[in-house]
Design a protein around this ligand. Sequence first.
Ligand SMILES: Nc1ncnc2c1ncn2[C@@H]1O[C@H](COP(=O)(O)OP(=O)(O)OP(=O)(O)O)[C@@H](O)[C@H]1O
Ligand SMILES: [Mg+2]
Length: 238
Amino acid sequence: MSIISNEEEKLASMKEMMDNIAHQWRQPLSQINSIVSVLDNRLYELNIDDEIINEKLLEIEKLTKYMSDTIDDFKGYFDEDDTKKEFVINDVIEDVVSVIGSSLKKDAIELRVSTDGCYTLYGYPNELKQIIIVLVNNAKDVLLKRNVHQAKIEISLKEDLESYVIEVCDNGGGMTRTVMQKIFEPYFTTKHKSQGTGLGLYMSRKIIQERFCGSLSVRNIYNGVLFSITLPKGGING
Ligand SMILES: Nc1ncnc2c1ncn2[C@@H]1O[C@H](COP(=O)(O)OP(=O)(O)OP(=O)(O)O)[C@@H](O)[C@H]1O
Ligand SMILES: [Mg+2]
């Protein structure tokens, strides 16, 4: 079996696994949420207002929301509707901003976008959008965890000779060499297991390589990290 078909097979079985998990988890997740609201009501009826109970219930809600968001993210990677088409890269970036802009604002993280032109590409816009969201969410997690003052995320788009380049950078303090060597490995995460699967960057690189014939690279910059997505103008696979 060739390496390519082996890779394709792995991607297909991952999609199947994702569909199964999504299917099986949605129901219990929404049940957990209704249990929480039953408890909420019960406490209200009994006139109990306890700080710790309230806090813990809120935590359960947050965790279940995180889990269902993760399911949506992964399913988004394999969106059946995402057919190959001509799209404007700038629109994809605008989409990302409209999806996560307000949550960043809420967390006092500044999001800047800069482009040096308007560029079209032939490929899979939804997959590209998911990948930029993975990068921005990773930056957001680091900025919040490290409690960075004047936290900032910047997305930029520019044209190179043979490709378009999307960069996502932050001022979150960067990563050690040991972490950097591992971030594209499946299941590598520095987050608590309830908060990170460690699949985000692994999947993102895979999709950029296989679907866009491009590359995803990373380097530390003076006060953070810079991820760079290179999308060749001509070479779109699939
Ligand atoms: N902008 C960043 N600054 C510092 N470290 C980062 C940054 N982006 C990613 N990382 C590191 O790379 C690791 C792997 O990222 P990846 O997106 O693959 O998984 P995750 O974010 O840990 O989990 P998931 O994406 O499933 O929630 C992270 O746990 C974090 O340690
Ligand atoms: Mg991630």
